[in-house]
Write a protein that binds this ligand. Sequence first.
Ligand code: TMP
Ligand code: MG
Length: 215
Amino acid sequence: METMPTKGKFIVFEGTDGSGKSTQMKLLGKYLQEKGVPCYFTHEPTDSPFGALLRSCLSGRIDADEHAIALLFAADRIDHITNSVNGIRSKLEAGYTVLCDRYYYSSFAYNGGFVPIEWVKTLNAPAVDMLRPDLVIYLDLSAEASMKRVLRRGKTERYETQEKQKKIRENFYEVFKQLKDENIRVIKSEDDKFATQSHIRCAVEEILGDAWKKN
Ligand code: TMP
Ligand code: MG
């Protein structure tokens, strides 16, 4: 997607559960803000009523069929993009660089593993048309390492088993192969978190260009 020079950039973090997305996103945001780049932090599922429903499905408090979950994620995403109060589009237009924990790639890799992927792509076609990221950072971690980190948190959610995480990781790779014209960077997340962060910053520097180096 070609963005206006004055508009903020849209950067998405993706990965399996426990891959370090939120830690790396915070580190990147702090760094960018210190450089004078205004950042807006967000995530999917969102904090909207759509997202709250999804959180209940993920925790197991509500039982729901995989089709219903895929539909809810697609609805949550459209609201996330378009909401006039705190939607991603309005933040980008206001000049923020938006850092987003998960986007439609998660729907393809997670939900597309349980219901037909082509249907999940159809559900997400409006979001793809509305807003594609300037950069996607995929934090790559083995299913074993992902699960080790998830288990350290105490309780597990809907997709958090080693078998599912392994399949989801394979799905991400398959999805990335199929998506043309998207700026996706795969970055190893097994290393020290600061080493991972320095690889992320290199990728981000490329899309932000000269605007922030002057600061
Ligand atoms: P989180 O662990 O990053 O907070 O995300 C919540 C869970 O929701 C995670 O297991 C991935 C899953 N998910 C989907 O299944 N489809 C989606 O579209 C998104 C955004 C997340
Ligand atoms: Mg999780």
